[in-house]
Design a protein around this ligand. Structure first.
Ligand code: UD2
Length: 319
């Protein structure tokens, strides 16, 4: 959808960023990434020789100034962030630097130096809805309750990004990701996406039958799980649609699936029966979450993968 353009992806070696970079590089785009490899990995990039890779934090003003003076970008996807909510609670100052201050700096550098920009897309999160329990979660909700430093920084960055359109005419949009899953998602932390942890547990179980998967709660909690390839389509639609200027979009499927159902699907697809241990629910865990994607659908979005099809593709690539 986006071809022959110059594109910056912050967090470009991470899960979503590298999937996007790998896609865009195939379409004759010049791709520049910034990533400090704190969560990302250069091995995620299929053709790293063709990508201008800058290994440093997005908080490095020196690097950002250099990159913005070396290139005139057509599109910027700002995906770099401390992705762990738990880490943000542990270290709010550091999170604020990475997740908020870098956004503001990028906005200012765009205002001063990027005259050709077609769109900045900022990646926000369903976390901004917090424990506002109305379902489905809609961009129109007047009440939101960001509860953690992560959520507050995502929300304030999102507002800044969108207001740079109304205040200065900088072409911007924002997306709120629901539960994204797929190849290259890093399962390293206990707070990584549940599907990456689950798949990792199946891999261990194949060699060690004593391994169990820990479910926090009764497994009936539901989430709007979206396959990463659908996210890449959504990002490009939001980036290229004139309608989406200055707007924020939920990026989900509009459907919810319980954790128990995900385990059943994987058991079936892998012809295994993973032992599950049900533990006390995590503090602050919400029971149900799913998006309405009517707004995104108006841009022409329609998710290609339901959880079964998405899991199948994930397993083909990574099991
Ligand atoms: C997601 C985001 C989080 C925050 C939140 C806002 C991810 C990884 N997390 O949390 O950053 O934005 O949304 O609502 O995107 N679980 C288990 N066993 C495990 C791991 C998780 O049972 O080993 C449970 C967990 O307690 C939760 C569900 O699985 O009920 C989904 O967990 P998650 O961390 O993947 O996603 P979520 O929606 O809680």
């Amino acid at each position: 959808m986006i071809s022959n353009n110059t594109i910056l992806i912050t967090g470009g070696a991470g899960f979503i960023g590298s999937t996007l970079a790998n896609h865009l590089i195939k379409k004759e785009n010049k791709v520049v990434i910034i990533d400090d490899l704190s969560m990302g990995n250069l091995e995620n990039l299929d053709n790293s020789k063709k990508i201008d890779i800058n290994i440093d934090s997005i908080t490095s003003e020196t690097l950002l100034r250099k990159v913005f003076s070396d290139y005139q970008f057509d599109y910027i996807f700002h995906l770099g962030a401390i992705a762990s909510v738990a880490d943000s609670v542990e270290n709010p100052t550091k999170t604020h630097e990475v997740n908020f201050e870098s956004t503001l700096l990028i906005l200012e550098l765009i205002r001063k130096s990027q005259k050709n920009l077609k769109r900045l897309v900022f990646s926000s999160s369903a976390a901004v809805y917090g424990d506002e329990l109305t379902l489905p979660k809609s961009e129109d909700h007047s009440v939101i309750r960001p509860l953690t430093p992560y959520a507050v920084d995502k929300y304030s960055s999102e507002r800044y990004v969108l207001n740079y359109y109304s205040l200065y005419g900088i072409p911007t949009s924002a997306v709120r990701f629901f539960n994204v899953y797929g190849p290259k998602q890093n399962p390293a932390s206990p707070y990584s996406g549940v599907i990456s942890i689950l798949l990792n547990t199946y891999k261990k179980f194949k060699v060690d039958p004593t391994v169990k998967f820990n479910v926090f709660g009764d497994g009936e909690q539901t989430r709007d799980f979206i396959f990463v390839e659908d996210v890449i389509s959504a990002l490009q639609l939001v980036a290229t649609s004139p309608k989406s200027l200055g707007e924020v979009y939920n990026v989900g499927t509009g459907n919810s699936t319980s954790l128990n159902d995900i385990i059943n699907i994987l058991d079936n697809l892998l012809s295994l029966k993973i032992p599950v241990e049900y533990l006390k629910a995590r503090k602050g865990d919400i029971m149900h979450s799913f998006s309405t994607i009517e707004k995104l659908k108006q841009l022409g979005f329609s998710p290609e993968y339901d959880v079964y099809k998405g899991m199948k593709k994930y397993l083909e690539k990574e099991f």
